[in-house]
Write a protein that binds this ligand. Structure first.
Ligand SMILES: Nc1ncnc2c1ncn2[C@@H]1O[C@H](COP(=O)(O)OP(=O)(O)OP(=O)(O)O)[C@@H](O)[C@H]1O
Ligand SMILES: [Mg+2]
Length: 332
């Protein structure tokens, strides 16, 4: 299991340190897909990057919490162990394929490099594996493809190559940060099926970062809803789709295109914006935008109304700050 326990991340805004993720806990289990959803700017990518300690390169500091890979703390790993984990145990699929592929190396040399970094294979064996991986992600004429450079390929092909590269080191976990948003709609669907099939076939644990509830319904087993740096609801997809508890989750669900299918319906939106890190209001962070708030929701010292996962799945350990909604019981 890949576990996030009480993660708090700090960034720098105008020279000042501010919290961007607070006390966040998640479990990514083998063979299951956990979706991390929420509006833009709520800290999804920061959280995803923290799972591989990638934020450190961009000035993001972990001030508390733990990332445990099968019980081993990532902080306790030396550089060599961490290098093996990145791509070998946990792989990442980024949103923008062009930034993740190196334009000056051929597709073949990039995949072979990842394979040889993580698996004990000679060049010939690695090349054979690279061809197989390209087949597995639905690409054809792979001999030719291996010699090509990323900029001569379509967006869909590049994303398939990135997925093949993510599988190259035979990882146990995949972190996919908005893996389809840069692609056009027809390609998106095929890519989702490809990812889902690979995840099932290889029994991978996956963290899928998205703001697309359609994608959550299609791919995920569990979902964590994030708002302004914290998880406010967490549980099995079926339960949360059927009965979202927190008013933020309810509002997000009402904004789905599928929920606005009646004739002449105007697409609902949540008014206002996610507050930026450093500007989180006191009390419930969603309260200023919440149509169901009561006076006490905005008080600094609100009693936290801890709420367990609706699935009753004891393997999901909710953060103590989850669902800081004073009205959860009343609204259900
Ligand atoms: N390296 C960084 N340094 C300073 N601020 C950052 C850094 N990375 C992210 N932020 C800020 O932290 C907040 C959360 O960013 P993050 O990228 O995690 O959002 P997100 O939920 O992934 O949004 P989106 O859906 O738009 O990708 C944003 O306000 C962002 O501007
Ligand atoms: Mg993001």
């Amino acid at each position: 299991m890949l576990e996030v326990q009480g993660l708090t991340l700090q960034i720098t805004v105008d020279g000042e340190p501010v919290r961007a993720v607070s006390n966040l806990s998640l479990n990514i289990q083998p063979g299951r897909v956990l979706a991390l959803v929420g509006e833009s700017g709520c800290g999804k990518s920061l959280t995803a990057q923290a799972l591989l300690r990638l934020g450190e390169f961009q000035g993001v500091k972990k001030t508390s919490g733990k990332i445990l890979l099968e019980g081993i703390d990532l902080d306790a790993m030396d550089r060599e162990s961490l290098r093996k984990v990145r791509g070998g145990k946990i792989s990442m699929i980024f949103q923008e394929p062009m930034t993740a592929l190196n334009p000056v190396f051929s597709v073949g040399s990039q995949i072979v490099e990842v394979i040889r970094l993580h698996l004990d294979m000679n060049k010939q064996q690695a090349l054979a594996r690279a061809k197989q991986l390209l087949h597995d992600v639905g690409l054809q004429q792979v001999e030719q493809l291996l010699k090509q450079y990323p900029d001569s390929l379509s967006g869909g092909m590049r994303q398939r190559i990135l997925i093949a590269m993510a599988m190259a080191g035979d990882p146990d976990y995949i972190i996919a940060d908005e893996p389809t948003t840069a692609l056009d709609v027809s390609v998106q669907k095929r890519m989702i099926h490809l990812l889902r099939n690979l995840q099932r076939k290889r029994n991978l644990g996956m963290l899928l970062v998205t703001h697309d509830f359609g994608l959550v319904a299609e791919m995920a087993d569990d979902v964590a809803v994030m708002y302004a740096g914290e998880v406010i609801e967490y549980g099995a997809v079926a339960d949360i789709f059927e009965a979202p508890s927190h008013p933020y989750t309810q509002a997000l669900m009402q904004c789905r295109p599928e929920a606005n299918r009646e004739k002449h319906a105007t697409l609902k939106v949540i008014s206002g914006q996610v507050p930026a890190p450093g500007r989180w209001p006191s009390g419930c962070r969603f309260a200023p935008r919440c149509t169901k708030k009561i006076a006490s929701c905005t008080q600094n010292d609100i009693a936290l109304n801890c709420w367990q996962s609706p699935s009753g799945d004891s393997s999901i350990s909710p953060s103590p700050h989850m669902a800081r909604c004073l009205r959860v019981a009343e609204l259900q």
